[in-house]
Design a protein around this ligand. Structure first.
Ligand code: C5P
Length: 235
């Protein structure tokens, strides 16, 4: 079988051996993996290189946020490793501009902005000092991503439609918080099914525990891919 290129599995696992075993189990059912901060200290970049060598795509969810010069050099180094198809940075104008500059003319690696962390609510934003609510800030940052020449955003199912509407057809809208009807919600408060997320405008879905914690991860990934292709309607 060929994997659905829109399905990204989050390798949120304690160590490299666990991650490698999961990739082995999933086999050709999955072609795209997200490596996040949890794996950064336990060989995340080496894992990314191995995945690329095996023909998989890699989403590095490092959420960079620093002064422009540092973000630019870090992005250049990450993209230069050849082990990154998508890199996240915080969606702030200076950070976005630096990442786009660091990525250079080779646009194979996509720069994606994290708008507002879904762990933050309106009260948190006020406490930090932002003078606007979550939705307003998300919209502002989507526009800043576009202005900077970056490629898309990470958006909750709730925000995917807004991102698609503002960003247009080629904008990347990468959506976590996806839960098939047959899976538990874990700590995802506002989950959507794979089909719902795609219908809202997601270009890619990020799924972790419904696959990696399933009794049969390969079967779980296949069922999600089937649901994405519309051949299996959510209950
Ligand atoms: O296991 P689960 O499917 O909830 O994993 C979702 C992945 O997406 C995790 O790696 C999580 O950090 C990430 N994520 C998220 N919500 C966001 C941004 C990222 O769940 N708003």
């Amino acid at each position: 079988m060929s994997a659905d290129p829109r399905l990204i599995i989050a390798l949120d696992l304690p160590g490299r051996a666990d991650a490698e075993a999961m990739v082995e189990t999933l086999g050709d059912a999955v072609g795209f993996y997200k490596i996040g901060l949890q794996m950064l200290a336990v060989g995340g970049m080496e894992m990314a290189k191995d995945l690329k060598a095996r023909g998989r795509q890699v989403f590095l969810d490092w959420k960079l946020h620093d002064i422009g010069a540092t973000v630019e050099k870090a992005t250049a180094a990450i993209v230069g490793s050849g082990a990154c198809d998508i890199l996240t940075v915080h969606a702030q104008p200076q950070v976005l501009a630096a990442a786009v500059k660091g990525r250079g003319s080779d646009k194979q690696a996509k720069i994606v902005g994290v708008t507002v962390l879904t762990s933050l609510n309106g009260q948190d934003l006020a406490q930090i000092g932002y003078g606007m609510g979550v939705e307003q800030l998300v919209e502002r940052r989507i526009r800043q991503v576009i202005d900077a020449g970056a490629d898309g955003v990470v958006a909750s199912p709730h925000e995917a439609a807004l991102a698609r509407r503002i960003g247009g057809p080629d904008f990347l809208v990468i959506t976590p918080g996806v839960r098939p009807a047959w899976a538990g919600k874990d700590d995802q408060a506002r989950a959507a099914t794979p089909l719902e997320a795609l219908q809202s405008g997601a270009s890619h879905l990020v799924v972790g525990r419904p696959v990696t914690a399933a009794a049969d991860p390969r079967d779980a990934a296949r069922r999600i891919a089937d649901e994405m292709s519309g051949s299996l309607q959510p209950a």
